[in-house]
Design a protein around this ligand. Structure first.
Ligand code: F6R
Length: 614
């Protein structure tokens, strides 16, 4: 969840490190810091509690001189967010500086034994034992790369670490253990870059390579050498990041989240591109990976994810059951990884993770791999750990998403899942040709309908004006719209800090109904579709108890006025595709309410864009 950057080259390091951190701040923003190795071999360190701008102010006018350095933006796990606990951390001599992402599970043990040997600790972090261990090995006469490798072998847990020291004054040495977030290397002309995430590198280079679990790298301005932590060489060639991942700028939008909400029509086109043959009315499964024989053998599908990605999984499950008639279930990765799931070679496991680095999802995938399941990853970033565990990868193609709240990656996950479910149905002969043709006609219209849905934001501003002071919301939906009720509640919670719950409409009577009064607005997802009448009854029951209803309904629905106090209209589409359209009101309502409450939209408190710790 923390962000790591590194630079070694022919330019001053500190502006590049600070710029890189500003592109990673969505990963953690409790504190930040940089370390620069100066020409006299000493290390200059700047750290500041709070957001990156506090660090930038500290550095402004005191820029450290040096062409190699590392930086960090923190999401606190061990130790409160203070200057002392901010990274980089150093050894006793101040000759080794370390930035760390992950959790050193055995740090208490390591710290006690280092303290016994005389090492002095300044912070309350688990991270600080890393520079002290490196120091110990340097004192024993090991070269920096060896000392870092030996240290890596002692750490338990998932960790990504990056180190500088005058012992190898041109080198940044880094390693990755398990799934504590990625390390991406960027190749420049006489310069090398390092980052937790690709977006921080893209202004400088698209020539990149990723570290895998258990790998180390030593970068100098001339290039990179890869090893395993025991020193065995590894050969790795850089690749070129695809152009659709390039540049993320806010433009005229006040927040990345708003920009990304508005990018959804484009993003969905990009996710559809190359996956549909409109001449034959079929989904083109060229990049879906599974052979016809493998598809025929599947007897169960498990869809995994966390947060918004879990909600996409929940919708995907229904599409797969409906189109491919395969028993399907969706599960929270963090629950799945700790139960003893029944899985075999004929189970298809589909994991959804925009970052490709969510620790719980990666561990769940590793478990599924051990049990021999065929695995598909749906992710926004090629080369990430999820893609390496999976047998095939379906890219969301959403472009870079900076806002911490997932928006366009959600709709791109949905359309990717929709087409994949259709593909499975077509290959298994369970999706009739005419039905497929009708669905694809509607799919073709989706970008235009999404465009219509995002265009009118004034209705959300008005709703926000009326509802921003409420402290609880209930979201209700049925069928494919139930996961959207969960998603709407999650969006509102995470960016506006209002308590919200998402429930299936049918569950309302079994408890939540007792919450209903004039202080509990209800967002009812009730576009025209198979369960529309049932939602109408649920809404009437709410109304009869004094609840206020904000209905998300299909345009020209004349019955809705009988129950709704406010109506957000969606264009008409195939009912199966409704969730993709209803994602927009879920996002915009949360956005404008959060704006009225003065919240930090792109960096909500306590959250991070990639959750690389359990
Ligand atoms: C919500 C949100 C989170 C993520 C979750 C999984 O807006 O962004 O709930 O969906 O942390 O992240 P990924 O998709 O990267 O695995």
């Amino acid at each position: 969840m923390c962000g790591i950057v590194g630079y070694t080259g022919n330019k001053q390091a500190s502006p590049i490190l600070l710029d890189g951190l500003s592109r990673l701040e969505h990963r953690g923003y409790d504190s930040a810091g940089i370390a620069v190795l100066k020409p006299d071999d000493s290390i200059d360190i700047f750290k500041a509690e709070g957001k990156l701008h506090t660090l930038k102010k500290k550095v402004d006018g005191n820029e450290p001189i040096g062409q190699i350095g590392v930086g960090h933006t923190r999401w606190a796990t061990h130790g409160t967010p203070t200057d002392k606990n901010a990274h980089p951390h150093t050894d006793c001599s101040g000759n080794v500086a370390v930035v760390h992402n992950g959790i050193v599970e055995n740090y208490l043990e390591l710290r006690a034994s280092l303290e016994n040997e005389g090492h002095k600790f300044l912070s309350h972090t688990d991270s600080e034992c890393i520079p002290h261990l490196i120091e110990k090995y340097l004192v024993e006469g090991y070269a920096l790369t060896e000392a870092v490798g030996k240290t890596a072998q002692l750490l338990r847990g998932a960790n990504a670490v990056s180190v500088i020291s005058h012992q190898q004054a041109d080198d940044i040495v880094a390693f990755r253990l398990g799934n504590a977030g990625g390390i991406v290397l960027g190749y420049g002309e006489q310069e090398m870059f390092l980052s937790s995430d690709l977006p921080a590198l893209l202004p400088y280079t698209r020539k990149i390579a990723y570290l895998s679990d258990g790998e180390m790298v030593s970068i100098t301005p001339a290039g990179a050498n890869y090893y395993l932590t025991d020193g065995t060489s590894v050969s790795k060639a850089p690749s070129i990041a695809p152009p659709d991942t390039v540049t993320a700028a806010k433009g005229d939008y006040s927040h990345f989240m708003l920009k990304e909400i508005h990018e959804q029509p484009e993003a969905v086109i990009s996710a559809m591109r190359g996956r549909i043959s409109f001449d034959t009315n079929t989904v083109d499964g060229a990049d879906f990976g599974l052979t016809d024989v493998q598809i025929a053998k599947i007897n169960r599908v498990v869809l995994l994810g966390m947060g918004t990605s879990l909600h996409a999984a929940m919708v995907g499950r229904l599409w797969i059951e409906s189109f491919a008639r395969i028993p399907a279930e969706s599960d929270n990765s963090s629950e799945f990884r700790y139960r003893d799931p029944v899985i075999d070679q004929n189970t298809l496991v589909i994991s959804i993770t925009q970052s490709g680095e969510t620790a719980d999802t990666l561990s769940a995938m590793e478990l599924a791999a051990e049990k021999g399941a065929y695995q598909v990853a749906i992710t926004n970033y090629d080369g990430t750990q999820a893609t390496r565990i999976a047998d095939s990868t379906l890219l969301m193609k959403a472009g870079i998403e900076i806002g911490v709240a997932a928006t366009k990656t959600f709709t791109c996950s949905l359309i990717t899942l929709f087409l994949f479910a259709m593909h499975l149905g077509q290959k298994r002969g369970t999706l009739e040709r005419e039905k497929a043709a009708t669905l694809l006609k509607e799919v073709a219209l989706l970008p235009e309908l999404l465009g219509k849905t995002v265009v009118d934001t004034t209705q959300y501003e008005k709703l926000a004006e009326q509802f921003f002071q409420y402290s609880d919301f209930l979201y209700l939906g049925r069928g494919v719209n139930f996961p959207l009720a969960m998603e709407g509640a999650l969006k509102l919670k995470e960016i506006s800090y209002i308590h919200a719950e998402g429930y299936p409409g049918g569950e309302m009577k079994h408890g939540p109904i007792s919450l209903i009064d004039e202080n509990m607005p209800i967002v009812a997802l009730m576009p025209v579709g198979p369960r529309y009448e049932k939602m109408l009854s649920t809404a009437s029951e709410v109304k009869a108890r004094g609840g206020t209803i904000i209905a998300v309904a299909t345009e020209n629905d004349n019955s809705i006025a009988t129950v709704a106090d406010h109506t957000i209209q969606l264009p008409s589409t195939a009912h199966e595709l409704n969730p993709i359209l209803s994602a927009i009101p879920m996002q915009l309502l949360a956005y404008y309410i959060a704006i009225r409450r003065g919240c930090d939209i792109d960096q909500p408190r306590n959250l991070a864009k990639s959750v690389t710790v359990e």
